[in-house]
Design a protein around this ligand. Structure first.
Ligand code: PEP
Length: 254
């Protein structure tokens, strides 16, 4: 069974922080955030800032690193893309798959996420499968159905053993980067539906796959979100870009 210490606090820097900014940010953050063994911290820098981030956390094995995307192909003529093998070789342990911006800005389909999850797992890279509904889907009462569909697409057909280290992030699309956060109750309700489907897909393993909440989480709401039943951690975009707020999120819930 995956041995992540919970809560898991994950930072998605998106297309922010080049190597210079990443190094400066990490110097500031690492000076503020003292290692804690009662939680897990994962950073997702841009691909080009990855080496700088890796070198900045070299003395901090408690800070884990992932990439924001991989191509589903093993290798080859895919100009501009990075593969699971390249990510692993660069030092990544995790990869975001199916982030709402990949799905809704870049047109990534459920089938694409399935291929990426498979490729990541084949290389020992942990997929963080992001699922979540658009506002019109929420208003139509389809939140659980959308999450279940995306989970089945991403994880269906895989053995429980293959999924033992996987992570899920519930990220309602309407809450990402909008300043509109799901209430702890909204998050709990969706996490409950996700947990039920994970159990169906992977039994006991599915019962322990961490489910993170993402969507305008910040230093002010992190503690309440982390206290919501079923919330095992946070995936944070905007508020992870500032050392003080990210440090306070990393210390939240204590
Ligand atoms: C994200 O990008 O995964 C995210 C949750 O962004 P934000 O915190 O800015 O809403």
């Amino acid at each position: 069974m995956a041995a992540y210490q919970r809560p898991i606090l994950a930072a998605n820097w998106k297309m922010n922080n080049g190597p210079t900014a990443a190094s400066a940010f990490l110097a500031s953050y690492l000076g503020r955030y003292a290692r804690r063994d009662d939680r897990t911290v994962i950073l997702f820098p841009s691909a080009l800032a990855f080496a700088a981030a890796r070198s900045a956390v070299a003395e901090r094995p408690d800070i884990l690193l992932g990439v924001q995307n991989i191509n589903a192909a093993e290798k080859g003529a895919f100009t501009g893309e990075n593969s699971a093998a390249i990510a692993l070789d660069a030092g990544a342990g995790f990869v975001l798959v199916g982030h709402s911006e990949r799905r809704h800005v870049f047109g990534e389909t459920d089938a694409d996420t399935a291929e990426k999850v498979k490729r990541a797992l084949a290389h020992g890279l942990v997929p963080v499968l992001c699922v979540g509904e658009k506002i019109e889907e929420r208003e139509a009462g389809e939140t659980d159905a959308v999450c279940v569909r995306q989970l089945r697409a991403g994880f269906g057909g895989l053995s429980a053993e293959a999924l033992r280290d996987a992570i899920v992030a519930y990220e309602p699309v309407w809450a990402i980067g909008t300043g509109r956060t799901a209430t702890p109750q909204d998050a709990s309700a969706a996490h409950q539906a996700i947990r039920a489907e994970l159990r169906t897909l992977a039994g006991e393993v599915g019962a322990s796959i961490p489910i993170l909440y993402g969507g305008s989480a910040n230093a002010s709401n992190a503690t309440a979100l982390l206290a919501a039943p079923g919330v095992d951690g946070l995936l944070v975009g905007g508020a992870s870009l500032e050392a003080e707020s990210w440090t306070s999120i990393c210390n939240a819930g204590s």
